[in-house]
Design a protein around this ligand. Structure first.
Ligand SMILES: [Zn+2]
Length: 428
């Protein structure tokens, strides 16, 4: 808890240069718990960097297990917050503050656990390396560097994904084990034209060309897809979903060719991303004067690609759908990379089930494919199985990650440390 409350005070927003100070604070804590100075390293990268702390295992030649979390947070404007985002407040059973949930809760639990194990002179089977990145919310350059440094890892356990969901009565409903993420992709579509006086329109209009192409793209539905993660996820979620939606989950899990079931799921915002690649227009801009023919129109198409589908195939589809040589389609590289799903490792699933059995006996564990992207993608891109196994249990209505008045329940912290201890004892 001290780690979390202290951690929120570091304004580790991109551009603030506060990650090294936070890392120095964490390093001092780790050293005080008995980590050897040589085992705790900060690697600087511009204004940020990543911190690693190694717990040496019995078999030093075995591939290490990486425990992953991120130190940076999304920006927060104090004007919009009820409380100052960087002054941690413990109130009504919550710790409030930017990053209190994403990801300083998960990070602090993992650090507290490793400190506790270090004090107890724990020796895992193989090296366990804590890796704390410093720009997960922005460009993931530290993640990229850390993944390259640990590309021989056997396994990544990410504290920034996965977690327990509580019902409104506070009782656990399900545990989501994150094993896959959609692949992110932006494409810029543009049309240029000589333009001219708007009183003398010709057959070509940049806005009309682009709008027509964008409309065709928006109307298109990528074919339904399934992998073992989404199959297990939908089958598991079906057991607690009544009515036609639950039936559609069951039907689609049993038969990915069931397009009627896929249509029902696609009509629900919560599940469309589980069923297919989605591409939607997110920005549109055109023209330069009310009385001039547009010389330029640009749009952004944002795609969330089903893992395993090459981005090049999505791009080819966009070009085909645009069906207009005047429309230029260009991939906008923001540094995200293509990574497949992690095959469901029975050892990891077993370890999560064992930790769940201690914390919430009988609770359903469901594998999950996330719509967003985390640090895991850079490790998955190296083929390292990476699982979001966060120890936070909370109500969806309490989740304000990236948003205003972010908070985390105090009551989740100590069980979260026991959670990580259980996982690491099994998998370390
Ligand atoms: Zn995060």
């Amino acid at each position: 808890m001290t780690l979390l409350v202290d951690g929120v005070k570091f304004q580790t927003v991109a551009g603030n240069g506060q990650v090294p100070a936070y890392a120095a604070y964490l390093k001092a804590k780790l050293l005080s718990a008995g980590f050897a100075p040589a085992d705790v390293q900060f690697v600087a990268l511009g204004e940020t960097g990543y911190l690693t702390a190694r717990t040496p295992g019995r078999d030093r030649k075995a591939k290490p297990v990486v425990v992953l979390a991120h130190m940076d947070v999304v920006a927060a404007d104090p004007k919009d917050w009820t409380r100052d985002p960087f002054t941690p407040v413990v109130e009504n059973g919550y710790v409030f503050g930017r990053g209190s949930l994403d990801n300083k809760a998960g990070l602090s639990m993992a650090v507290a656990t490793l400190m506790q194990l270090r004090r107890a002179k724990w020796v895992p089977q193989r090296d366990v390396v804590l890796v704390l990145t410093g720009d997960e919310e922005t460009t993931m350059q530290t993640t990229k560097a850390a993944a390259a440094a640990f590309k021989d890892a056997a396994l990544v356990l990410n504290a920034d994904a996965g977690g327990g969901q509580l019902g409104d009565d506070g009782k656990p409903v399900v545990y989501a084990l994150q094993a896959a993420e959609k692949v992110y992709g932006d494409w810029h579509l543009s049309v240029t034209d000589p333009g001219g006086h708007s009183s003398r329109p010709g057959p070509d209009n940049a806005i009309v060309h682009l709008a027509t192409a964008v409309t065709r793209i928006a109307a298109y539905r990528f074919p339904p897809q399934q992998n073992e993660i989404t199959k297990a996820s939908l089958a598991g979620t079906a057991t607690m979903t009544p009515g036609p939606l639950g039936a559609a989950m069951r039907a689609f899990a049993a038969n990915p060719a069931d397009t009627a079931a896929a249509d029902i799921l696609s009509a629900d915002k919560r599940y469309i991303g589980q069923v297919r690649t989605t591409c939607v227009p997110t920005m549109f801009n055109g023209g330069h004067a009310p009385n001039a023919l547009p010389q330029r129109a640009v749009a952004n198409i944002n795609c969330r690609i089903f893992p395993g589908t090459p981005r090049a195939a999505v791009e080819a589809k966009l070009v085909e759908l645009a069906a207009d040589p005047k429309v230029t389609v260009r991939f906008n590289d923001n540094g995200t990379i293509e990574a497949g799903a992690s095959p469901l490792d029975p050892k990891v699933l077993g370890a999560v089930k064992a930790a769940v059995a201690k914390r919430a006996p009988g609770l359903l564990v469901v594998p999950a494919q996330e719509a967003g992207a985390t640090d895991s993608m850079h490790f998955r891109a190296y083929g390292i199985p990476s699982f979001g196994v966060g120890g936070v249990f909370m109500k969806p209505s309490d989740s304000f990650a990236h948003g205003l008045n972010e908070r985390v329940p105090v009551a989740t912290f100590d069980p979260g440390v026991a959670w990580w201890e259980s996982l690491l004892n099994t998998l370390g």
